[in-house]
Design a protein around this ligand. Structure first.
Ligand code: FAD
Length: 413
């Protein structure tokens, strides 16, 4: 009788973990993913994510990168400006070449823009093909006992499992039921996301304008089939202002957009309905509980200022998969605290550090106070002149660190 691992949540983190575990553990473990969204066709999601080099290496190791790569756009360089909305010229304070330096294959872009729906579809297909059991069901409760945990599904069925993984998003029911504390706050900001068509080629450049209301990111997308050029934006505004902007007539919204986006790429148009996502910070006090591990947004939510939320979740996947598989190969109980402790140790510091950095950056840049402006502009100028420091920032964005799990190095577990 194979041991069972139940993953609650078929978001990109939950599906990635299911695939990694099934590929490594084969028939020794039954891997079940439960999520009501598996019942129908996937939710329409017009978002694209900046996937770091580490995440891409993991997708390569799992054999799903090929199809994702077809529709992906490498980020070839990145510039950061600090200006007011009305400024005509936006001086560039910081530039990054788009390749990871030092370790890793030469010329490897530090990130690719990939459509969320494409990642979701490729992971879903690979999970089904490799024998992951997909249950269109909600996990109501998981009751941990000494030898196993009992997972109650909304359909009324109960499953015994050695381990439950809560990949059920920021408002994780399983985290709450396990009594794991959550430190968090709202930023009072929303991120407006849309796809923008423009006349000129972006050349693979990502741009982040630090405007007084918050960061305004322009992220390059692959051309449309008809050759049209496009980019994705994440436009931060105070939540009330974001709602007011989205209520504008499309032509007025475009005008507001252009005062921030600029005309460097020629005439623009908004291609997809703009949508606002409320932004918050949150961190679980522990990433593991009794026969329970938290994964992705269920463990941490950070500001999208550096496009690292999902990337942190993918690092969780690599760390947790490695801890579970190593334990299984040693014949250990995969739900035991001995099996799960390496996961908590591996992920805690990196996650808290990224949370603190993104929170600090947002607070530093989302204001228009003259002394703060001067300090941050000098700071960015300094970083730009110090290649060692820039390499460090790039390495972070690329997800490289000496002790990273095997999947993030592109190796099988
Ligand atoms: C504006 C914006 C831009 C962003 N840009 C980037 C970026 O460029 N790069 C990046 O790395 N990150 C980015 N992020 C962050 C990224 O969107 C999230 O970190 C990521 O989507 C979280 O994935 P997840 O699988 O952990 O959770 P989710 O995607 O929230 O998935 C959770 C799943 O759990 C299911 N579920 C919930 N409760 C239960 C239950 N009880 N039982 C079963 N299933 C359940 C839900 O139906 C859902 O499918 C951005 C975020 C925002 C807001």
């Amino acid at each position: 009788m194979p041991m069972r691992i139940v993953i609650a949540g078929a978001g990109l983190a939950g599906l990635s973990l299911a695939l990694a575990l099934k590929q490594a553990l084969a028939d020794s473990h039954e891997i079940v993913v439960a999520d009501p969204v598996l019942a129908g066709s996937p939710r329409p999601d017009e978002r694209a994510y900046a996937i770091s080099a580490a995440g891409r290496r993991m997708f390569e190791a799992l054999g799903v990168w090929g199809k994702m790569a077809d529709g992906a756009q490498p980020i070839t360089d990145m510039v950061i400006t600090d200006s007011r909305t009305r400024d005509v010229v936006r001086p560039i304070y910081l530039t990054f070449g788009g390749e990871t330096a030092g370790a890793g294959p030469a010329g490897e872009p530090f990130a690719h823009m990939v459509w969320s729906k494409v990642i979701n579809a490729e992971l879903g297909k690979a999970c089904a093909a490799s024998g992951v059991i997909m249950r269109p069901d909600l996990v109501r409760e998981a009751r941990a006992g000494a030898a196993r945990t009992l997972v109650h599904l909304a359909s009324g069925e109960s499953l015994g499992a050695a381990l439950v993984v809560a990949a059920d998003g920021a408002r994780s029911r399983l985290r709450e039921q396990a009594g794991i504390g959550w430190v968090g706050w709202s930023y009072g900001q929303s991120g407006i996301v849309a796809t923008i068509g423009h006349e000129r080629d972006h050349g693979g450049r990502a741009t982040e304008h630090f405007l007084p209301a918050g960061p305004f990111a322009i992220l390059p997308l692959p051309d449309r089939a008809d050759g049209g050029h496009r980019s994705s934006i994440v436009w931060t505004e105070a939540t009330a202002d974001a709602a007011a902007l989205l209520a504008l007539h499309p032509e007025d919204l475009l005008e507001e957009l252009e005062t921030r986006f600029g005309h460097q790429l020629g005439a623009n148009q908004i291609e997809t309905p703009a949508k606002a996502y409320p932004l918050s910070f949150g961190m679980a006090r522990r990433f593991i509980g009794e026969r329970l591990a938290l994964l992705g947004d269920a463990a941490h939510v950070i500001h999208p200022i550096a496009g690292q939320g999902l990337n942190l979740g993918l690092k969780d996947v690599a760390g947790l998969a490695e801890a579970i598989v190593d334990a299984a190969r040693l014949g250990l109980d995969v739900g035991s605290s001995a099996a799960l402790a390496p996961y908590e140790q591996a992920r805690r510091f990196d996650t808290v550090a990224m949370g603190v950095v993104t929170d600090g950056l947002n607070k530093l840049f989302s204001n228009d106070l003259a002394p703060v402006r001067l300090a941050r502009d000098l700071g960015l100028g300094l970083v730009d002149r110090m290649p060692g420091l820039k390499d460090l920032f790039i390495a972070q964005a690329a997800g490289r660190s000496p002790s990273q799990p095997r999947l993030l190095r592109g190796e099988p577990i």
